[in-house]
Unconditional design. Structure first.
Length: 168
């Protein structure tokens, strides 16, 4: 369930249940009408809140769908001093990239910048270890540039050269 429609459907079911309880309660009519009205107003407010959150980066502390992720590819980043480190991550188990924000840390920002520079120099990607774990263990850097892939072998040691022409 990662779609806004599924979450909205669950919210609509809860609002419908609350409206039903309000209608069948042994209270006075004005109280019943106000409860039903509140349940009806709950739906557009829920939709507006969910759609507004779609464009915002999610704090990594709130990620609970992919918390067992070991590594992710950093597709893009922006660092705002004292505000956060904004990342565009491609998680290995998901098709679409996601936007996250890490709490500001000068050490993490420096690691990320060094990894970005190294990746640009070697023309590789930047990876992030344990993106959703708030570990204080800093023995290994969280960000690193992927190693450059090995070049294909230059010399062929085939006894038979490749020949694609017609034999005459």
């Amino acid at each position: 369930m990662t779609s806004i429609w599924e979450f909205f459907a669950l919210a609509a079911l809860v609002a419908g249940f609350l409206a039903t309880v309000a209608i069948w309660s042994p209270k006075r009519m004005p109280i019943k009408l106000s409860a039903v009205t509140a349940s009806i107003l709950f739906l557009p407010l829920t939709w507006a809140a969910m759609s507004e959150l779609l464009s915002k980066p999610k704090p990594v502390d709130l990620e609970w769908w992919a918390e067992e992720t070991e590594e992710a590819t950093v597709l893009g980043s922006t660092m705002r001093e004292e505000k956060g480190i904004f990342l565009w991550l491609q998680l290995d188990q998901l098709d679409e990239p996601r936007s996250y924000v890490l709490p500001w840390s000068r050490q993490l920002a420096q690691q990320l910048q060094e990894a970005l520079d190294e990746a640009a120099e070697s023309e590789t990607a930047v990876r992030m270890r344990l993106p959703f774990e708030s570990s204080l263990d800093d023995r290994e850097p969280r960000f690193y540039a992927m190693p450059q892939p090995a070049m294909p072998p230059k010399d062929r040691h085939d006894d038979d050269p490749l020949y694609f022409g017609r034999e005459t």
